[in-house]
Ligand binder design. Sequence first.
Ligand code: ATP
Ligand code: MG
Length: 237
Amino acid sequence: MRPIVEFAGVTRIYGSRVALDDVHLELLPGELTFLVGPSGAGKTTLLKLINRELRPTSGRLWVAGLAAHTLKASRVAELRRRVGVVFQDYKLLPRLTALENVAFGLQAGDLRVSDEEARDRSQDALDAVGLGDRGDAFPHQLSGGQQQRVAVARAVVAQPPLLIADEPTGNLDQETAWEMMDLFEDIAAWGTSVLVATHNVAIVTRLQRRVLTLVHGRLVRDQPAGRTGRMAWLASS
Ligand SMILES: Nc1ncnc2c1ncn2[C@@H]1O[C@H](COP(=O)(O)OP(=O)(O)OP(=O)(O)O)[C@@H](O)[C@H]1O
Ligand SMILES: [Mg+2]
Protein backbone atom coordinates (compact mmCIF):
# COMPACT_ATOMS: atom_id res chain seq x y z
CA MET A 1 0.00 0.00 0.00
CA ARG A 2 1.40 3.42 -0.92
CA PRO A 3 1.64 5.85 1.98
CA ILE A 4 -0.64 8.89 1.91
CA VAL A 5 1.90 10.92 3.86
CA GLU A 6 5.65 10.42 3.95
CA PHE A 7 8.16 12.55 5.90
CA ALA A 8 11.85 11.96 5.14
CA GLY A 9 14.12 13.80 7.55
CA VAL A 10 11.83 16.80 7.95
CA THR A 11 13.09 19.68 10.08
CA ARG A 12 11.26 22.95 10.65
CA ILE A 13 12.99 25.85 12.38
CA TYR A 14 11.33 29.15 13.38
CA GLY A 15 14.11 31.71 13.77
CA SER A 16 16.43 29.79 16.06
CA ARG A 17 13.75 27.50 17.54
CA VAL A 18 13.71 23.94 16.24
CA ALA A 19 10.00 23.01 16.16
CA LEU A 20 10.43 19.72 14.30
CA ASP A 21 13.68 17.84 14.23
CA ASP A 22 14.51 15.24 11.56
CA VAL A 23 11.11 13.54 11.49
CA HIS A 24 10.60 10.38 9.46
CA LEU A 25 7.13 8.86 9.21
CA GLU A 26 4.58 7.25 6.91
CA LEU A 27 0.78 7.24 7.16
CA LEU A 28 -1.24 4.62 5.31
CA PRO A 29 -4.76 4.73 3.83
CA GLY A 30 -7.50 3.74 6.24
CA GLU A 31 -5.32 4.31 9.29
CA LEU A 32 -6.42 6.42 12.29
CA THR A 33 -3.30 7.79 13.97
CA PHE A 34 -3.00 9.97 17.06
CA LEU A 35 -0.31 12.62 17.38
CA VAL A 36 0.50 13.37 21.00
CA GLY A 37 3.12 15.23 22.99
CA PRO A 38 3.43 18.08 25.46
CA SER A 39 2.52 21.63 24.55
CA GLY A 40 5.12 23.06 22.19
CA ALA A 41 6.28 19.61 21.01
CA GLY A 42 5.56 20.42 17.36
CA LYS A 43 2.18 18.79 16.67
CA THR A 44 0.59 21.81 15.00
CA THR A 45 3.79 22.44 13.07
CA LEU A 46 3.70 18.88 11.72
CA LEU A 47 0.06 19.26 10.64
CA LYS A 48 0.77 22.62 8.99
CA LEU A 49 3.58 21.06 6.98
CA ILE A 50 1.15 18.43 5.67
CA ASN A 51 -1.33 21.10 4.62
CA ARG A 52 1.46 23.18 3.11
CA GLU A 53 0.69 26.09 5.42
CA LEU A 54 4.39 25.79 6.24
CA ARG A 55 7.37 24.59 4.26
CA PRO A 56 10.09 22.46 5.80
CA THR A 57 13.43 24.10 6.56
CA SER A 58 15.04 20.89 5.35
CA GLY A 59 13.98 17.37 4.42
CA ARG A 60 11.36 16.05 2.04
CA LEU A 61 7.68 15.25 2.40
CA TRP A 62 5.01 13.82 0.15
CA VAL A 63 1.28 14.27 0.66
CA ALA A 64 -1.25 12.31 -1.38
CA GLY A 65 1.26 11.84 -4.16
CA LEU A 66 2.51 15.44 -4.26
CA ALA A 67 6.03 16.50 -3.20
CA ALA A 68 5.09 19.22 -0.69
CA HIS A 69 8.71 20.34 -0.16
CA THR A 70 9.09 21.45 -3.77
CA LEU A 71 5.45 22.18 -4.64
CA LYS A 72 4.94 25.40 -6.57
CA ALA A 73 2.57 27.95 -5.05
CA SER A 74 0.31 27.50 -8.08
CA ARG A 75 -0.29 23.86 -7.09
CA VAL A 76 -0.99 24.36 -3.38
CA ALA A 77 -4.76 24.37 -4.02
CA GLU A 78 -4.40 20.95 -5.64
CA LEU A 79 -2.69 19.62 -2.51
CA ARG A 80 -5.32 21.19 -0.21
CA ARG A 81 -8.12 19.48 -2.15
CA ARG A 82 -6.55 16.20 -1.08
CA VAL A 83 -6.37 17.13 2.62
CA GLY A 84 -9.44 17.73 4.80
CA VAL A 85 -8.72 19.87 7.87
CA VAL A 86 -10.56 20.13 11.20
CA PHE A 87 -9.64 22.70 13.86
CA GLN A 88 -10.29 22.97 17.59
CA ASP A 89 -12.58 25.97 17.13
CA TYR A 90 -14.57 24.60 14.15
CA LYS A 91 -14.03 27.71 11.99
CA LEU A 92 -17.53 27.71 10.48
CA LEU A 93 -18.79 30.80 8.69
CA PRO A 94 -21.40 32.31 11.06
CA ARG A 95 -23.69 33.76 8.39
CA LEU A 96 -24.00 30.52 6.42
CA THR A 97 -26.19 27.57 7.35
CA ALA A 98 -24.65 24.18 8.11
CA LEU A 99 -25.40 23.00 4.58
CA GLU A 100 -24.02 26.19 3.06
CA ASN A 101 -20.83 25.89 5.13
CA VAL A 102 -20.21 22.42 3.75
CA ALA A 103 -21.11 23.42 0.19
CA PHE A 104 -18.94 26.53 0.39
CA GLY A 105 -15.95 24.37 1.28
CA LEU A 106 -16.60 22.12 -1.68
CA GLN A 107 -17.05 24.90 -4.22
CA ALA A 108 -14.12 26.94 -2.92
CA GLY A 109 -11.91 23.90 -3.50
CA ASP A 110 -13.32 23.10 -6.94
CA LEU A 111 -14.98 25.80 -9.00
CA ARG A 112 -16.42 23.25 -11.44
CA VAL A 113 -18.91 21.93 -8.89
CA SER A 114 -22.40 23.27 -9.69
CA ASP A 115 -24.67 24.64 -6.96
CA GLU A 116 -26.99 21.68 -7.29
CA GLU A 117 -24.22 19.11 -7.07
CA ALA A 118 -22.69 20.97 -4.10
CA ARG A 119 -26.06 20.91 -2.32
CA ASP A 120 -26.55 17.19 -2.93
CA ARG A 121 -23.06 16.20 -1.90
CA SER A 122 -23.18 18.45 1.18
CA GLN A 123 -26.47 16.89 2.23
CA ASP A 124 -24.85 13.44 1.89
CA ALA A 125 -21.91 14.58 4.02
CA LEU A 126 -24.24 15.98 6.70
CA ASP A 127 -26.18 12.69 6.65
CA ALA A 128 -22.91 10.82 7.14
CA VAL A 129 -22.03 12.82 10.27
CA GLY A 130 -25.54 12.40 11.68
CA LEU A 131 -26.77 15.94 11.03
CA GLY A 132 -28.86 15.36 7.93
CA ASP A 133 -31.85 17.12 9.51
CA ARG A 134 -29.94 20.24 10.65
CA GLY A 135 -28.72 21.55 7.33
CA ASP A 136 -30.77 24.75 7.67
CA ALA A 137 -29.38 25.60 11.11
CA PHE A 138 -26.86 28.40 11.54
CA PRO A 139 -23.74 27.64 13.60
CA HIS A 140 -25.00 29.58 16.65
CA GLN A 141 -28.09 27.35 16.69
CA LEU A 142 -25.94 24.21 17.02
CA SER A 143 -24.07 22.77 20.01
CA GLY A 144 -20.29 22.68 19.99
CA GLY A 145 -20.31 18.99 19.14
CA GLN A 146 -22.77 19.57 16.30
CA GLN A 147 -20.69 22.45 14.96
CA GLN A 148 -17.64 20.21 14.96
CA ARG A 149 -19.64 17.58 13.04
CA VAL A 150 -20.46 20.18 10.41
CA ALA A 151 -16.75 21.02 10.25
CA VAL A 152 -15.97 17.33 9.75
CA ALA A 153 -18.61 17.12 6.99
CA ARG A 154 -16.96 20.12 5.31
CA ALA A 155 -13.55 18.47 5.63
CA VAL A 156 -14.63 15.18 4.03
CA VAL A 157 -17.25 16.30 1.49
CA ALA A 158 -14.69 16.26 -1.32
CA GLN A 159 -13.66 12.73 -0.23
CA PRO A 160 -10.00 13.56 0.36
CA PRO A 161 -7.60 10.64 0.96
CA LEU A 162 -6.37 12.37 4.13
CA LEU A 163 -8.02 14.12 7.07
CA ILE A 164 -5.96 16.04 9.63
CA ALA A 165 -7.41 17.40 12.85
CA ASP A 166 -5.71 19.69 15.38
CA GLU A 167 -7.18 19.24 18.88
CA PRO A 168 -10.65 18.57 17.42
CA THR A 169 -12.12 17.71 20.83
CA GLY A 170 -10.35 20.45 22.78
CA ASN A 171 -13.56 22.46 23.25
CA LEU A 172 -15.88 19.47 23.78
CA ASP A 173 -16.93 17.56 26.88
CA GLN A 174 -15.66 14.01 27.22
CA GLU A 175 -18.84 12.31 26.02
CA THR A 176 -19.03 14.49 22.92
CA ALA A 177 -15.32 13.91 22.38
CA TRP A 178 -15.97 10.17 22.29
CA GLU A 179 -18.69 10.65 19.67
CA MET A 180 -16.27 12.68 17.60
CA MET A 181 -13.70 9.88 17.80
CA ASP A 182 -16.33 7.36 16.65
CA LEU A 183 -16.80 9.56 13.64
CA PHE A 184 -13.05 9.63 12.92
CA GLU A 185 -12.98 5.84 13.21
CA ASP A 186 -15.81 5.62 10.66
CA ILE A 187 -13.97 7.96 8.30
CA ALA A 188 -10.80 5.86 8.58
CA ALA A 189 -12.89 2.73 7.92
CA TRP A 190 -14.04 4.32 4.64
CA GLY A 191 -10.38 4.28 3.58
CA THR A 192 -9.27 7.80 4.50
CA SER A 193 -6.05 8.25 6.44
CA VAL A 194 -6.89 10.26 9.60
CA LEU A 195 -4.28 12.05 11.74
CA VAL A 196 -5.52 13.60 14.99
CA ALA A 197 -3.37 15.78 17.26
CA THR A 198 -4.78 15.56 20.77
CA HIS A 199 -4.16 15.95 24.48
CA ASN A 200 -7.06 13.62 25.31
CA VAL A 201 -5.20 10.85 27.11
CA ALA A 202 -8.30 8.82 27.99
CA ILE A 203 -9.32 8.50 24.37
CA VAL A 204 -5.84 7.75 23.05
CA THR A 205 -5.28 5.10 25.68
CA ARG A 206 -8.64 3.40 25.22
CA LEU A 207 -8.82 3.35 21.42
CA GLN A 208 -5.51 1.53 20.94
CA ARG A 209 -4.80 3.06 17.57
CA ARG A 210 -1.37 4.00 16.30
CA VAL A 211 0.21 6.76 18.41
CA LEU A 212 3.02 9.07 17.32
CA THR A 213 4.70 10.90 20.19
CA LEU A 214 6.60 14.15 19.70
CA VAL A 215 8.84 15.64 22.38
CA HIS A 216 10.82 18.82 21.66
CA GLY A 217 10.21 18.34 17.95
CA ARG A 218 11.52 14.80 17.83
CA LEU A 219 9.39 11.78 17.03
CA VAL A 220 10.39 9.76 20.07
CA ARG A 221 7.85 6.99 19.72
CA ASP A 222 5.72 5.33 17.04
CA GLN A 223 3.45 2.90 18.80
CA PRO A 224 1.53 0.55 16.48
CA ALA A 225 -2.20 0.04 16.84
CA GLY A 226 -3.36 -2.51 19.36
CA ARG A 227 -0.70 -1.95 21.97
CA THR A 228 -1.02 0.40 24.88
CA GLY A 229 2.01 1.19 26.88
CA ARG A 230 2.82 3.95 29.25
CA MET A 231 2.61 7.11 27.21
CA ALA A 232 6.07 8.58 27.05
CA TRP A 233 4.91 12.15 26.80
CA LEU A 234 3.00 11.95 30.10
CA ALA A 235 6.29 11.50 31.85
CA SER A 236 7.69 14.61 30.24
CA SER A 237 4.66 16.91 30.45
N1 ATP B 1 5.08 31.07 14.09
C1 ATP B 1 5.97 30.70 15.01
N2 ATP B 1 7.07 31.43 15.26
C2 ATP B 1 7.99 31.04 16.16
N3 ATP B 1 7.90 29.91 16.89
C3 ATP B 1 6.83 29.14 16.69
C4 ATP B 1 5.80 29.48 15.76
N4 ATP B 1 4.86 28.51 15.79
C5 ATP B 1 5.28 27.61 16.70
N5 ATP B 1 6.46 27.98 17.24
C6 ATP B 1 7.23 27.22 18.24
O1 ATP B 1 7.46 25.92 17.72
C7 ATP B 1 7.32 24.95 18.75
C8 ATP B 1 6.26 23.94 18.33
O2 ATP B 1 4.99 24.58 18.35
P1 ATP B 1 3.63 23.84 17.95
O3 ATP B 1 2.58 24.86 17.88
O4 ATP B 1 3.88 23.02 16.74
O5 ATP B 1 3.43 22.88 19.23
P2 ATP B 1 2.19 21.95 19.63
O6 ATP B 1 2.74 20.60 19.91
O7 ATP B 1 1.11 22.08 18.63
O8 ATP B 1 1.72 22.58 21.03
P3 ATP B 1 0.24 22.67 21.68
O9 ATP B 1 -0.03 21.31 22.26
O10 ATP B 1 0.38 23.71 22.75
O11 ATP B 1 -0.72 23.05 20.60
C9 ATP B 1 7.01 25.71 20.02
O12 ATP B 1 8.22 25.90 20.70
C10 ATP B 1 6.45 27.02 19.54
O13 ATP B 1 6.70 28.06 20.45
MG1 MG C 1 -0.83 22.79 18.67
